[in-house]
Design a protein around this ligand. Structure first.
Ligand code: NAD
Length: 468
């Protein structure tokens, strides 16, 4: 019997097969979860389809009220959810606390969004309106870096829009997601929210399932492309929130000591495992050395350890696969003779720990620069020419976010606008809010989440055109 259960049609459900969930700080199994069968997925889809007519016909304000109640439930069970997140994801208590608080905040804000019909034309010949109708059953597929927030952001928006949901967490981090569904179970009509746990194969079944109308996916670009291809068979709607390799460009009129802390934490928060973390730091020559020094000083003050330890500022990388990937990138960086300002040596100890690693004089062509490391490793790249650096920043298959750091806001805005990414920031980075649309350009995604725009991604647009 698994320690945590799935939620299908309002029932808590176990399975014959279980998945081990590993605490990345110890590499020990700390819980087991069910591994859903195909029949259990069918049951979840059927339950969602059965719940859909009633749920979608409810006035939107009632659905919003229920989502607000879910926010309150998360807040009420805050400590328990934080504890589980720390164990399964590895993140420090402070980070897990923010994730849980953000989950409540995202629910509240999503419940305040607007999906009212819009008048497109109203003249003496006709009145034309845009209406946004729910699609039916949404398949939501989530990653392991922010397991609770990223999974439930989809759920809140899908529910407000009038859809029912079948949600699958990452097999690395299913526990908090299953627990939250259990907490929500008696608050929602049976079948409105179903959570099934399992591996990548379960994800494939969800994408191919004829009873599912839309896939909302957050994860890697490689998986996103597979999902887009597989969804074509049933012409499912897809929203894909994918990988990133965000560039931040520091101009020579910026003050390195002043901006170092913001840049540092935007790169290293959650051990670099954030899609829109700063992953390539371009610094203009005149301030390059000062920027390197300021970041090094900050890195030296960081404690990396078990997320459950109050003194840990950063935890381990989340899983073995990701750990091996980061180690491979470090190896390539060493072979290329790059200058390590801090870190670089992975300690021989249990847990997927990687020290805070700053690499100076990294260049395009290095794996560290060209790929998404998704770990606590930051390349600092020197540049001279401002126009050229934007071309270099844009020479990436990814286009999630980008930023410019400068004392001249107008100049910053002008340069940032030239970056090929879904979001650009000036003098900040990684600021993602539920009332602001967020989505990627190029291989970083398709569609968006957040704001009214994100809600509409969970709807079928219907144009209602009435002759006068
Ligand atoms: P992943 O693509 O390996 O897995 C994500 C989810 O997809 C998991 O639940 C997995 O089981 C499932 N899956 C795997 N193969 C599938 C398939 N063929 N069909 C359907 N489902 C399948 O990603 P990950 O390693 O969990 O997450 C890390 C990646 O996510 C990074 O690239 C990161 O940048 C990206 N990410 C993007 C955003 C964003 O908003 N753009 C946010 C967080 C993470």
């Amino acid at each position: 019997m698994a320690d945590y259960k799935m939620t299908i049609g309002g029932e808590l459900v176990d399975s014959n097969q279980t998945l081990d969930v590993i605490n990345p700080a110890t590499e020990q199994v700390f819980a087991t979860c069910p591994e859903a069968t195909k029949e259990q997925l069918d049951a979840a889809v059927e339950a969602a389809q059965t719940a859909f007519p009633d749920w979608s016909r409810r006035p939107i304000d009632e659905r919003k009220d229920l989502v607000r109640q879910l926010a309150a439930k998360v807040a009420e069970h805050r400590d328990e959810l934080i504890g589980l997140l720390v164990k399964e994801q590895g993140k420090p208590i402070s980070n897990a606390t923010k994730e849980v608080e953000f989950t409540s905040y995202f629910a509240m804000t999503t419940a305040g969004l607007n999906l009212a019909p819009e008048v497109l034309r109203d003249d003496d010949q006709m009145k034309v309106e845009a209406h946004y109708k729910p699609l039916g059953v949404v398949g939501a597929i989530a990653p392991w870096n922010y397991p609770l927030l990223l999974a439930y952001w989809k759920v809140f928006a899908a529910l407000v829009a009038g859809n029912c949901v079948v949600l699958k967490p990452s097999p690395y981090t299913p526990v908090t997601t299953l627990k939250a569904a259990q907490l929500f179970n008696d608050m929602l009509p049976p079948g409105v929210l179903n959570v099934v746990s399992g591996g990548d194969e379960l994800g494939r079944w969800i994408v191919e399932h004829p009873g599912i109308a839309k896939i909302s996916f957050t994860g890697s670009s490689a998986t996103g492309k597979k999902i887009a291809a597989a969804a074509a068979g049933t012409l499912k709607r897809v929203t894909l929130e994918l990988g990133g390799n965000d560039a931040a460009v520091v101009l020579d009129d910026a003050d390195p000591e002043e901006i170092a802390e913001k840049i540092f934490w935007t790169a290293f928060n959650n051990s670099g495992q954030i899609c829109m973390a700063i992953k390539r730091l371009y610094v203009q020559e005149a301030v390059y050395d000062r920027m390197c020094d300021a970041l090094t000083k900050l890195a030296e003050g960081v404690t990396v350890g078990d997320g459950g330890d109050e003194t840990s500022m950063l935890g381990p990388v989340q899983n073995q696969m990701q750990f091996d990937r980061v180690c491979g990138i470090l190896e390539d960086t060493k072979q290329r003779g790059r200058r390590f300002l801090t870190g670089g040596e992975v300690p021989e100890q249990p847990g997927y720990f990687v020290p805070v690693t700053l690499v100076a004089e990294a260049e395009e062509g290095d794996r560290l620069v060209d790929e998404e490391p998704f770990g606590p490793v930051l390349p600092i790249i020197k540049f001279n020419d401002v126009d050229e650096v934007i071309t270099r920043a844009n020479a990436s298959e990814y286009g999630l976010g980008g930023s410019v750091w400068t004392n001249n806001i107008e100049r910053g805005q002008e340069l940032a606008a030239k970056m090929d990414s879904g979001t650009v920031w000036v003098n900040q980075h990684s600021v993602v809010l539920p009332d602001i649309p967020f989505g990627g350009a190029k291989n970083s995604g398709l569609g968006c989440e957040g704001a009214d725009e994100g809600l509409k991604n969970f709807c079928q647009l219907q144009v209602v055109n009435v002759a006068k």
